[in-house]
Design a protein around this ligand. Sequence first.
Ligand code: AMP
Length: 196
Amino acid sequence: MRLVILGPNGSGKGTQAKMLKRELGVPHISTGELFRAAMRDGTPVGLRAAAMVAAGELVPDDLVLRILGERLAESDAAGGYILDGYPRTGAQAAALDELLADADRAVDSVIELAVPDAVIIERCEIRFAAQHRSDDDPAVVRERLALYRSHIPAITGHYADRGIMTTIDGIGDATAVLHRILAALPADPGFAAPHG
Ligand code: AMP
């Protein structure tokens, strides 16, 4: 199963990705996590991305594709993956298609977690009060949510054209949402009808 999971901070995406990793037995690949690891290790990509990651700005596409391409080429991703944090723009979705076209690792399914802005903001406020995670700061949440909403139509449109896009109701407890996602996944991607 090669899955992309879409949703803003506060949508429950990270929780679902971790649960899906256990359910599906494939690695959870988060581009944000790849950058944080590269920064900890002091790699050239980590050094170049550090200031942008710290400021919450999008890292340039060439750098994101490099770090993601290297990770997807690792042997544990041969049997599938759950991609989290990528794509963030329509251009990144198209670049991923190109990256994976020759590798026989194209995305099978894309899930968007739909959660209204008011719920996202409330969840992040509660978490910020408890944990003081800087990306849950209400001003930061609103700004990133606006950025997410501005890019998401191009991304979902891209995957809808390929017939692999599903939007899931992200309201409710995590297990209920997980079951909705599992029910939406193709039973055996190997036998899915070809698209395009
Ligand atoms: P995240 O943990 O997904 O919020 O990502 C943390 C940071 O990593 C983001 O604020 C960006 O600076 C960078 N990043 C992660 N994924 C991407 C991406 N697909 N495109 C550009 N920058 C990204």
